[in-house]
Write a protein that binds this ligand. Structure first.
Ligand code: SF4
Ligand code: SF4
Ligand code: SF4
Length: 396
Protein backbone atom coordinates (compact mmCIF):
# COMPACT_ATOMS: atom_id res chain seq x y z
CA UNK A 1 0.00 0.00 0.00
CA UNK A 2 2.87 2.35 0.83
CA UNK A 3 4.25 1.75 -2.71
CA UNK A 4 1.13 3.24 -4.24
CA UNK A 5 0.93 6.92 -5.14
CA UNK A 6 -1.91 9.03 -3.74
CA UNK A 7 -3.76 8.87 -7.07
CA UNK A 8 -3.37 5.09 -7.22
CA UNK A 9 -4.72 4.77 -3.69
CA UNK A 10 -7.72 6.91 -4.57
CA UNK A 11 -8.39 4.83 -7.69
CA UNK A 12 -8.22 1.65 -5.65
CA UNK A 13 -10.64 3.02 -3.03
CA UNK A 14 -13.04 3.87 -5.84
CA UNK A 15 -12.59 0.45 -7.45
CA UNK A 16 -13.39 -1.26 -4.14
CA UNK A 17 -16.59 0.81 -3.94
CA UNK A 18 -16.18 1.57 -0.25
CA UNK A 19 -19.04 3.56 1.27
CA UNK A 20 -18.72 5.61 4.44
CA UNK A 21 -20.63 3.76 7.15
CA UNK A 22 -23.22 5.22 9.39
CA UNK A 23 -24.91 8.57 9.38
CA UNK A 24 -22.38 10.51 7.23
CA UNK A 25 -22.97 8.13 4.34
CA UNK A 26 -21.62 8.51 0.77
CA UNK A 27 -18.76 7.10 -1.26
CA UNK A 28 -15.48 7.21 0.63
CA UNK A 29 -13.65 8.30 -2.53
CA UNK A 30 -16.03 11.27 -2.83
CA UNK A 31 -15.62 12.23 0.84
CA UNK A 32 -11.82 12.11 0.59
CA UNK A 33 -12.07 14.34 -2.50
CA UNK A 34 -14.22 16.86 -0.61
CA UNK A 35 -11.82 16.93 2.36
CA UNK A 36 -8.83 17.34 0.00
CA UNK A 37 -10.55 20.27 -1.75
CA UNK A 38 -11.14 21.97 1.62
CA UNK A 39 -7.50 21.37 2.53
CA UNK A 40 -6.39 23.06 -0.64
CA UNK A 41 -8.75 26.00 -0.17
CA UNK A 42 -7.87 26.63 3.48
CA UNK A 43 -4.21 25.66 3.28
CA UNK A 44 -4.93 23.34 6.22
CA UNK A 45 -2.88 20.21 6.90
CA UNK A 46 -5.79 17.82 6.84
CA UNK A 47 -6.52 15.19 9.42
CA UNK A 48 -8.22 11.86 9.79
CA UNK A 49 -10.56 11.45 12.73
CA UNK A 50 -11.72 7.88 13.16
CA UNK A 51 -14.69 7.48 15.49
CA UNK A 52 -18.18 6.14 16.04
CA UNK A 53 -21.09 8.47 15.35
CA UNK A 54 -21.53 10.83 18.30
CA UNK A 55 -25.10 9.50 18.42
CA UNK A 56 -23.84 6.01 19.23
CA UNK A 57 -24.72 5.56 22.89
CA UNK A 58 -24.44 1.79 23.11
CA UNK A 59 -20.85 1.53 21.85
CA UNK A 60 -21.52 -1.93 20.47
CA UNK A 61 -19.38 -1.23 17.41
CA UNK A 62 -16.42 -0.49 19.67
CA UNK A 63 -16.02 -4.26 19.82
CA UNK A 64 -14.31 -3.90 16.45
CA UNK A 65 -11.55 -2.00 18.19
CA UNK A 66 -11.15 -4.85 20.65
CA UNK A 67 -11.50 -7.65 18.07
CA UNK A 68 -9.77 -6.12 15.02
CA UNK A 69 -7.48 -3.32 16.24
CA UNK A 70 -4.89 -3.88 13.51
CA UNK A 71 -7.54 -3.46 10.79
CA UNK A 72 -8.77 -0.22 12.37
CA UNK A 73 -5.20 1.17 12.43
CA UNK A 74 -4.49 0.03 8.86
CA UNK A 75 -7.73 1.57 7.63
CA UNK A 76 -6.81 4.90 9.26
CA UNK A 77 -3.35 4.73 7.65
CA UNK A 78 -4.78 4.08 4.17
CA UNK A 79 -7.29 6.94 4.47
CA UNK A 80 -4.55 9.30 5.71
CA UNK A 81 -2.26 8.43 2.79
CA UNK A 82 -5.12 8.86 0.31
CA UNK A 83 -5.96 12.28 1.75
CA UNK A 84 -2.35 13.32 2.19
CA UNK A 85 -3.05 14.05 5.84
CA UNK A 86 -0.41 13.82 8.50
CA UNK A 87 -2.55 13.99 11.61
CA UNK A 88 -4.39 10.84 12.61
CA UNK A 89 -6.69 10.57 15.60
CA UNK A 90 -8.78 7.79 17.03
CA UNK A 91 -11.69 9.15 19.03
CA UNK A 92 -13.48 7.07 21.66
CA UNK A 93 -16.58 8.13 23.61
CA UNK A 94 -16.31 9.07 27.26
CA UNK A 95 -18.19 5.96 28.37
CA UNK A 96 -15.37 3.86 26.84
CA UNK A 97 -12.58 5.80 28.58
CA UNK A 98 -11.21 2.54 30.03
CA UNK A 99 -9.86 1.70 26.55
CA UNK A 100 -7.36 4.53 26.96
CA UNK A 101 -5.64 2.36 29.62
CA UNK A 102 -5.44 -0.71 27.38
CA UNK A 103 -1.72 -1.41 27.00
CA UNK A 104 -2.00 -3.35 23.71
CA UNK A 105 -4.11 -0.64 22.11
CA UNK A 106 -1.78 2.10 23.35
CA UNK A 107 1.24 0.32 21.90
CA UNK A 108 -0.47 -0.20 18.57
CA UNK A 109 -1.54 3.44 18.38
CA UNK A 110 2.07 4.45 19.06
CA UNK A 111 3.36 2.21 16.25
CA UNK A 112 0.89 3.76 13.79
CA UNK A 113 1.47 7.30 15.13
CA UNK A 114 -2.23 7.72 15.83
CA UNK A 115 -3.24 9.87 18.78
CA UNK A 116 -6.14 8.95 21.04
CA UNK A 117 -8.83 11.36 22.21
CA UNK A 118 -11.72 10.75 24.55
CA UNK A 119 -15.08 12.47 24.32
CA UNK A 120 -17.49 13.73 21.73
CA UNK A 121 -16.11 14.50 18.24
CA UNK A 122 -16.22 18.24 17.62
CA UNK A 123 -17.47 18.28 14.05
CA UNK A 124 -16.71 21.99 13.72
CA UNK A 125 -13.09 21.75 14.87
CA UNK A 126 -11.30 21.15 11.60
CA UNK A 127 -12.96 21.90 8.27
CA UNK A 128 -10.35 19.88 6.39
CA UNK A 129 -10.61 16.77 8.52
CA UNK A 130 -12.09 13.55 7.23
CA UNK A 131 -14.43 11.78 9.61
CA UNK A 132 -13.94 8.06 9.15
CA UNK A 133 -16.33 5.69 10.86
CA UNK A 134 -14.67 2.82 12.74
CA UNK A 135 -16.48 0.33 10.49
CA UNK A 136 -15.29 2.14 7.33
CA UNK A 137 -11.70 1.85 8.58
CA UNK A 138 -12.11 -1.92 9.05
CA UNK A 139 -13.80 -2.38 5.65
CA UNK A 140 -11.09 -0.30 3.97
CA UNK A 141 -8.29 -2.38 5.50
CA UNK A 142 -10.09 -5.58 4.58
CA UNK A 143 -10.70 -4.57 0.94
CA UNK A 144 -7.01 -3.63 0.53
CA UNK A 145 -5.81 -6.82 2.22
CA UNK A 146 -7.99 -9.05 0.03
CA UNK A 147 -7.67 -6.85 -3.02
CA UNK A 148 -11.40 -7.26 -3.56
CA UNK A 149 -14.47 -5.09 -3.94
CA UNK A 150 -16.18 -4.26 -0.64
CA UNK A 151 -19.59 -5.84 0.01
CA UNK A 152 -22.18 -3.62 1.68
CA UNK A 153 -22.38 -5.22 5.11
CA UNK A 154 -23.60 -4.22 8.55
CA UNK A 155 -22.32 -5.10 11.99
CA UNK A 156 -25.06 -5.96 14.48
CA UNK A 157 -25.40 -7.30 17.97
CA UNK A 158 -28.64 -8.85 19.22
CA UNK A 159 -29.39 -7.82 22.81
CA UNK A 160 -25.72 -6.93 23.42
CA UNK A 161 -24.39 -10.33 22.33
CA UNK A 162 -21.34 -10.87 20.11
CA UNK A 163 -21.05 -8.54 17.15
CA UNK A 164 -21.73 -10.19 13.79
CA UNK A 165 -21.11 -9.02 10.25
CA UNK A 166 -24.25 -9.50 8.21
CA UNK A 167 -25.44 -8.56 4.75
CA UNK A 168 -27.95 -5.73 4.47
CA UNK A 169 -30.53 -8.19 3.13
CA UNK A 170 -30.59 -10.20 6.41
CA UNK A 171 -33.99 -10.01 8.10
CA UNK A 172 -34.24 -9.08 11.78
CA UNK A 173 -36.40 -12.16 12.37
CA UNK A 174 -33.56 -14.37 11.10
CA UNK A 175 -31.13 -12.81 13.56
CA UNK A 176 -33.19 -12.35 16.72
CA UNK A 177 -35.69 -14.41 18.69
CA UNK A 178 -38.68 -12.09 18.94
CA UNK A 179 -40.74 -14.33 21.27
CA UNK A 180 -43.69 -12.44 22.76
CA UNK A 181 -41.93 -9.05 22.67
CA UNK A 182 -43.98 -6.05 21.51
CA UNK A 183 -41.15 -3.58 21.05
CA UNK A 184 -37.92 -3.62 19.06
CA UNK A 185 -35.19 -1.00 19.21
CA UNK A 186 -33.43 -1.12 15.86
CA UNK A 187 -30.65 1.35 15.24
CA UNK A 188 -31.91 4.74 16.32
CA UNK A 189 -35.67 4.05 16.48
CA UNK A 190 -38.36 1.96 18.16
CA UNK A 191 -40.59 -0.34 16.13
CA UNK A 192 -43.49 -2.70 16.84
CA UNK A 193 -42.58 -6.41 16.74
CA UNK A 194 -43.90 -6.77 13.16
CA UNK A 195 -40.81 -4.81 12.05
CA UNK A 196 -38.86 -8.05 12.54
CA UNK A 197 -39.70 -8.65 8.87
CA UNK A 198 -37.54 -5.65 7.88
CA UNK A 199 -34.03 -6.22 6.61
CA UNK A 200 -31.04 -4.76 8.44
CA UNK A 201 -30.58 -2.26 5.60
CA UNK A 202 -34.26 -1.21 5.67
CA UNK A 203 -34.10 -0.60 9.42
CA UNK A 204 -30.81 1.32 8.92
CA UNK A 205 -29.05 -0.34 11.82
CA UNK A 206 -25.96 1.84 11.77
CA UNK A 207 -25.09 1.62 15.45
CA UNK A 208 -25.24 -2.18 15.57
CA UNK A 209 -28.24 -2.26 17.93
CA UNK A 210 -30.93 -4.91 17.67
CA UNK A 211 -32.67 -4.86 21.04
CA UNK A 212 -35.74 -6.97 21.69
CA UNK A 213 -37.57 -5.48 24.65
CA UNK A 214 -39.22 -8.30 26.64
CA UNK A 215 -42.94 -7.94 27.39
CA UNK A 216 -42.17 -6.78 30.96
CA UNK A 217 -40.20 -3.75 29.76
CA UNK A 218 -41.98 -0.47 29.27
CA UNK A 219 -41.40 1.58 26.12
CA UNK A 220 -41.87 4.89 27.99
CA UNK A 221 -39.22 3.97 30.55
CA UNK A 222 -36.84 2.74 27.88
CA UNK A 223 -37.28 6.00 25.95
CA UNK A 224 -36.62 7.92 29.16
CA UNK A 225 -33.41 5.95 29.75
CA UNK A 226 -32.27 6.63 26.19
CA UNK A 227 -32.89 10.36 26.65
CA UNK A 228 -30.94 10.28 29.94
CA UNK A 229 -28.02 8.53 28.23
CA UNK A 230 -28.11 11.05 25.36
CA UNK A 231 -28.06 13.96 27.80
CA UNK A 232 -25.00 12.51 29.52
CA UNK A 233 -23.22 12.18 26.18
CA UNK A 234 -24.20 15.61 24.78
CA UNK A 235 -21.49 18.29 24.88
CA UNK A 236 -24.22 20.91 25.41
CA UNK A 237 -22.87 23.42 22.88
CA UNK A 238 -26.07 23.55 20.77
CA UNK A 239 -29.10 25.04 22.50
CA UNK A 240 -31.54 22.69 20.75
CA UNK A 241 -29.65 19.59 21.76
CA UNK A 242 -29.01 20.75 25.33
CA UNK A 243 -32.47 22.11 26.12
CA UNK A 244 -34.36 19.73 23.84
CA UNK A 245 -32.93 16.63 25.46
CA UNK A 246 -33.69 18.05 28.90
CA UNK A 247 -37.33 18.57 27.91
CA UNK A 248 -37.68 15.19 26.20
CA UNK A 249 -36.18 13.39 29.18
CA UNK A 250 -38.40 15.31 31.61
CA UNK A 251 -41.59 14.51 29.69
CA UNK A 252 -40.84 10.78 29.31
CA UNK A 253 -40.07 10.62 33.03
CA UNK A 254 -43.24 12.45 34.05
CA UNK A 255 -45.33 10.16 31.84
CA UNK A 256 -43.63 7.01 33.18
CA UNK A 257 -44.30 8.14 36.74
CA UNK A 258 -47.96 9.00 36.21
CA UNK A 259 -47.63 12.80 36.12
CA UNK A 260 -47.78 13.09 32.32
CA UNK A 261 -50.14 15.35 30.40
CA UNK A 262 -51.57 14.75 26.93
CA UNK A 263 -49.82 17.95 25.74
CA UNK A 264 -46.50 16.19 26.28
CA UNK A 265 -47.12 13.95 23.28
CA UNK A 266 -47.48 16.89 20.88
CA UNK A 267 -44.61 18.68 22.58
CA UNK A 268 -42.36 15.62 22.24
CA UNK A 269 -43.15 15.60 18.51
CA UNK A 270 -42.64 19.35 18.14
CA UNK A 271 -39.34 19.55 20.04
CA UNK A 272 -38.03 16.24 18.69
CA UNK A 273 -38.73 17.20 15.06
CA UNK A 274 -37.02 20.58 15.47
CA UNK A 275 -33.98 18.90 17.01
CA UNK A 276 -33.49 16.54 14.07
CA UNK A 277 -32.29 19.42 11.88
CA UNK A 278 -30.96 21.86 14.49
CA UNK A 279 -28.11 19.99 16.17
CA UNK A 280 -24.55 20.34 14.90
CA UNK A 281 -23.81 16.63 15.10
CA UNK A 282 -25.50 13.26 14.85
CA UNK A 283 -26.21 13.12 18.56
CA UNK A 284 -28.54 16.12 18.59
CA UNK A 285 -30.06 15.09 15.26
CA UNK A 286 -30.61 11.43 16.07
CA UNK A 287 -31.32 11.10 19.80
CA UNK A 288 -34.82 12.66 19.48
CA UNK A 289 -35.74 10.04 16.84
CA UNK A 290 -36.00 7.51 19.64
CA UNK A 291 -38.56 9.62 21.50
CA UNK A 292 -40.35 10.50 18.26
CA UNK A 293 -40.64 6.87 17.15
CA UNK A 294 -41.74 5.79 20.66
CA UNK A 295 -44.57 8.34 20.70
CA UNK A 296 -45.69 7.71 17.11
CA UNK A 297 -45.52 3.89 17.11
CA UNK A 298 -46.71 3.36 20.70
CA UNK A 299 -49.16 6.22 21.21
CA UNK A 300 -51.72 3.94 22.91
CA UNK A 301 -49.10 2.92 25.43
CA UNK A 302 -48.34 6.56 26.19
CA UNK A 303 -52.03 7.46 26.44
CA UNK A 304 -52.56 4.54 28.83
CA UNK A 305 -49.87 5.95 31.14
CA UNK A 306 -51.33 9.46 30.98
CA UNK A 307 -55.10 8.91 31.04
CA UNK A 308 -55.44 5.64 32.99
CA UNK A 309 -52.16 5.46 34.90
CA UNK A 310 -51.76 2.04 33.36
CA UNK A 311 -48.58 0.44 32.10
CA UNK A 312 -49.26 -2.66 29.99
CA UNK A 313 -45.75 -3.96 30.75
CA UNK A 314 -46.49 -3.68 34.48
CA UNK A 315 -43.19 -1.86 34.98
CA UNK A 316 -44.54 1.54 36.10
CA UNK A 317 -46.71 2.71 39.00
CA UNK A 318 -45.28 0.14 41.35
CA UNK A 319 -46.00 0.62 45.03
CA UNK A 320 -42.46 -0.56 45.82
CA UNK A 321 -39.87 1.87 47.12
CA UNK A 322 -36.18 1.21 47.67
CA UNK A 323 -34.36 2.87 50.53
CA UNK A 324 -31.10 2.45 52.44
CA UNK A 325 -31.23 1.68 56.14
CA UNK A 326 -28.92 4.33 57.68
CA UNK A 327 -28.12 2.05 60.62
CA UNK A 328 -26.80 -0.74 58.40
CA UNK A 329 -25.06 1.17 55.61
CA UNK A 330 -21.25 1.05 55.86
CA UNK A 331 -20.66 3.54 53.05
CA UNK A 332 -18.85 1.04 50.83
CA UNK A 333 -20.36 2.40 47.57
CA UNK A 334 -21.12 -1.01 46.01
CA UNK A 335 -24.75 -0.01 45.44
CA UNK A 336 -23.99 3.23 43.61
CA UNK A 337 -21.47 1.42 41.39
CA UNK A 338 -24.23 -0.79 39.96
CA UNK A 339 -27.12 1.68 39.85
CA UNK A 340 -28.13 2.16 36.19
CA UNK A 341 -30.06 5.33 37.03
CA UNK A 342 -27.12 6.94 38.82
CA UNK A 343 -29.56 7.87 41.58
CA UNK A 344 -27.67 6.79 44.71
CA UNK A 345 -25.86 9.62 46.41
CA UNK A 346 -22.96 9.00 48.75
CA UNK A 347 -19.23 8.81 49.25
CA UNK A 348 -16.84 6.51 51.10
CA UNK A 349 -17.74 6.11 54.78
CA UNK A 350 -20.93 8.15 54.39
CA UNK A 351 -24.46 6.75 54.53
CA UNK A 352 -25.76 6.37 50.98
CA UNK A 353 -29.17 7.69 49.92
CA UNK A 354 -31.50 6.66 47.08
CA UNK A 355 -33.31 9.34 45.09
CA UNK A 356 -36.71 7.62 44.96
CA UNK A 357 -37.94 9.86 42.13
CA UNK A 358 -35.19 8.74 39.75
CA UNK A 359 -35.04 5.15 41.02
CA UNK A 360 -36.11 2.67 38.33
CA UNK A 361 -36.74 -0.09 40.96
CA UNK A 362 -34.46 -2.53 39.19
CA UNK A 363 -33.24 -4.08 42.45
CA UNK A 364 -29.55 -4.10 41.44
CA UNK A 365 -28.52 -2.20 44.59
CA UNK A 366 -30.34 -4.75 46.75
CA UNK A 367 -28.32 -7.55 45.15
CA UNK A 368 -25.05 -5.62 45.39
CA UNK A 369 -25.27 -4.64 49.06
CA UNK A 370 -23.43 -7.20 51.16
CA UNK A 371 -24.61 -5.58 54.42
CA UNK A 372 -28.34 -5.98 53.89
CA UNK A 373 -28.76 -2.20 54.07
CA UNK A 374 -30.90 -1.80 50.94
CA UNK A 375 -34.58 -2.38 51.66
CA UNK A 376 -37.50 -2.74 49.26
CA UNK A 377 -40.85 -1.93 50.83
CA UNK A 378 -44.44 -1.29 49.88
CA UNK A 379 -45.05 0.37 53.23
CA UNK A 380 -44.23 3.73 54.76
CA UNK A 381 -40.60 4.89 54.72
CA UNK A 382 -38.81 5.29 58.07
CA UNK A 383 -36.99 8.52 58.94
CA UNK A 384 -33.97 8.78 56.63
CA UNK A 385 -31.05 11.22 56.35
CA UNK A 386 -31.78 14.19 54.10
CA UNK A 387 -28.11 15.11 53.62
CA UNK A 388 -24.81 13.25 53.55
CA UNK A 389 -24.13 11.86 57.01
CA UNK A 390 -21.08 9.97 58.23
CA UNK A 391 -21.59 6.28 58.94
CA UNK A 392 -22.66 5.82 62.58
CA UNK A 393 -23.70 9.47 63.06
CA UNK A 394 -27.36 9.25 62.03
CA UNK A 395 -29.89 9.71 64.84
CA UNK A 396 -33.53 8.87 64.18
S1 SF4 B 1 -25.75 18.30 18.67
FE1 SF4 B 1 -24.53 20.02 19.41
S2 SF4 B 1 -24.75 19.98 21.68
FE2 SF4 B 1 -25.44 18.00 20.87
S3 SF4 B 1 -23.65 16.73 21.08
FE3 SF4 B 1 -23.66 17.50 18.95
S4 SF4 B 1 -22.42 19.37 19.02
FE4 SF4 B 1 -22.90 18.83 21.16
S1 SF4 C 1 -26.23 0.54 50.96
FE1 SF4 C 1 -24.96 -1.27 51.09
S2 SF4 C 1 -23.78 -1.27 49.19
FE2 SF4 C 1 -24.62 0.81 49.44
S3 SF4 C 1 -23.01 1.96 50.47
FE3 SF4 C 1 -24.40 1.17 52.05
S4 SF4 C 1 -23.48 -0.76 52.67
FE4 SF4 C 1 -22.52 -0.23 50.72
S1 SF4 D 1 -33.35 -0.07 42.59
FE1 SF4 D 1 -32.03 0.14 40.76
S2 SF4 D 1 -32.42 2.24 40.08
FE2 SF4 D 1 -33.17 2.10 42.19
S3 SF4 D 1 -31.47 2.80 43.44
FE3 SF4 D 1 -31.32 0.57 43.32
S4 SF4 D 1 -29.94 0.20 41.58
FE4 SF4 D 1 -30.62 2.33 41.44
Amino acid sequence: MRNLSREELLDKIEECGIQEYGLCSGSLRGRIGEAAAKMEKTGGQGAIVCALNNADLDGILLDLLKDEPEKVMNGIDIAALALGAEKKTLHIPEYAQHLADDAVLTEMLGQHQISLEVGIVDVRADAACLLLHLVTAVELAEAFAQDAAAKACYYVSVNGKKLQRVEGSARIAELADIGDAKVLRLGYAYYPAEAAQLTVAEARIENGVIAVLPSGECIVRDAQEQMTASRKQSCGKCVFCREGLLQLQFMQKEIAEGRGKMDYLDLTEEIGSAMTFSGMCTLGQTAPKLALSAVSSFREEYEGHIRKKKCSAGACFSAETYYIDPKLCTGCGDCSDVCPQDCIEGKAKYIHMIDTVDCGRCGKCLEACGDGAVVCTEGKLPKLPNRLTKVGKFRR
